[in-house]
Design a protein around this ligand. Structure first.
Ligand SMILES: Cc1cc2nc3c(=O)[nH]c(=O)nc-3n(C[C@H](O)[C@H](O)[C@H](O)COP(=O)(O)O)c2cc1C
Length: 191
């Protein structure tokens, strides 16, 4: 096993019938997640003790799963160590982790993750694109902005919007439009 890299790996985490972007932290050989309370992912990881990291490079999917739910048909069942888990279908690779809550606080908890099974399906080469990177940044800031409406975060989203418009391709522009749609729907339009 060893698809993830030292540092924080941004993946789409699946739990049962749920998908959301999450960071998997790899430091000194140990895998962890910090889960903010209130998300379905936090609730499911605490309850069921597993999570699947889907390695995918799709800006639209990152935005969609950060702000919305996927239909039941979007999940593929896999049997891992005798129980069923859900992963996403069109991913480059996936890793199923056993997850145990290591530290629990009022707003967040930390889970320590142990890889159970790792599969590489269809790896793709991704030239670095600042527009793509900015979609990920804008989506992270967007989820935080919906929590706290901090005007400084709104400025960061605006900064990344201009990079996406300058450097992104059609997928990044579609992701930006979707992000702006979710922010507007939440009464938090920032364009
Ligand atoms: C790139 C990215 C990384 C994120 N990483 C985390 C994380 O590590 N922990 C967390 O609790 N939320 C993280 N979030 C926010 C969640 O994805 C967001 O709160 C989402 O709505 C949770 O969905 P759920 O309720 O379906 O679990 C991240 C968002 C993005 C866009």
């Amino acid at each position: 096993m060893g698809l993830l890299q030292e540092g924080i790996n941004e993946v789409i985490a699946t739990t049962w019938s749920n998908a959301a972007p999450m960071g998997i932290i790899l430091r000194d050989g140990a895998y962890r997640m910090v889960l903010f309370r209130g998300s379905h992912t936090a609730m499911n990881v605490e309850r069921w003790g597993w999570v699947v990291a889907n390695i995918v490079h799709d800006p639209v999917l990152f935005v969609k799963t950060a702000f919305d739910d996927l239909p039941q048909s979007a999940f593929v069942e896999e049997e891992v160590e005798g129980f069923l888990v859900h992963r996403l279908p069109e991913v480059e690779a996936w890793i199923a982790f056993d997850a145990a809550i290591e530290h629990s606080a009022r707003e967040s908890m930390t889970a320590i993750l142990s890889p159970m099974k790792e599969m590489t399906l269809s790896p793709v080469i991704h030239p670095v694109n600042r527009g793509y990177n900015s979609v990920i940044e804008a989506a992270v800031h967007g989820t935080r902005y919906l929590w706290n409406r901090d005007p400084e975060i709104r400025k960061l989203i605006d900064h990344h919007r201009s990079i996406i418009r300058r450097c992104g391709g059609p997928k990044e522009l579609e992701a930006l439009e979707m992000l702006d749609g979710y922010l507007a729907k939440a009464g938090a339009s920032s364009s």
